[in-house]
Design a protein around this ligand. Structure first.
Ligand SMILES: [Zn+2]
Length: 225
């Protein structure tokens, strides 16, 4: 499998966009894009890559979530290539819904869809077991401070990622993480387990109660330990 981090428009705030191809550009390989970035700028780079003779340059677009900086180029690229667009929410007519645990054929390999709520409720990660590749979208992989507050859903997401064998993480922003990705996730899990966990049910009680402000704050956040 080959993964290209595509050049995005330096003048516009954009997520990363990754092109996945098979090693030998076989006819049966699925040329797939993970996120499009903010605009169709990446099209120029896709054109310069050898995506296989007699093959559609782009078969599928998979969105890690539907924030504007990840999906801005979808409509134009979809029209250009006539490709399928897959996402966890049907924010548009053309979306083909994907669900947790679904296996997707991308490039010359297979990826599992991992629903990863936290950054947004529709966030997913894509995981390839045989090569240990994780596309993490905007899921916060590296957390070093216990000052933050996290939802139980996010803690659960990190717990699931911490069980995977990973050799490289391709994030939604910044450079690929090749150095000890599993250690980074383990450290993040440890850190958030020592942080405050947001509990929406307790927050409602907080607004309805007549406790002192300080006490209310303690009710609103509880450590998971
Ligand atoms: Zn985002």
């Amino acid at each position: 499998m080959k993964v290209y981090k595509l050049e995005t428009n330096p003048g516009i705030y954009s997520s990363n966009a990754y092109l996945i191809l098979g090693d030998w550009n076989k006819l049966e390989d699925i040329n797939a894009l993970v996120d499009t970035g903010s605009d169709p700028f990446i099209h120029g780079h896709i054109k310069r890559i050898n995506t296989g003779v007699g093959k559609v340059q782009l078969d599928k677009i998979i969105l890690t979530h539907t924030h504007f900086d990840h999906i801005g180029g979808v409509n134009t690229l979809q029209k250009m290539y006539g490709c399928q667009v897959l996402a966890y929410t049907k924010y548009d007519e053309k979306i083909r819904l994907i669900h947790d645990g679904e296996i997707l054929h991308l490039g010359d390999n297979y990826f599992e869809v991992i629903h990863a709520p936290g950054h947004s409720s529709d966030s997913i990660c894509l995981y390839n077991k045989s090569e240990g590749i994780l596309f993490s979208g905007d899921t916060q992989i590296r957390i070093n401070s216990t000052d933050g507050t996290y939802t139980p859903e996010f803690v659960n997401t990190i717990k699931r990622l911490a069980e995977l064998k990973i050799s490289v993480i391709y994030p939604g922003h910044g450079d690929p993480l090749r150095e000890n990705p599993e250690g980074v996730i383990q450290n993040t899990l440890k850190t958030i387990e020592q942080s405050r966990i947001y509990n929406p049910q307790v927050k409602n009680d907080f607004f309805n109660s007549s406790q002192t402000k300080n006490k209310k704050f303690n009710y609103a956040f509880s450590s998971i330990e």
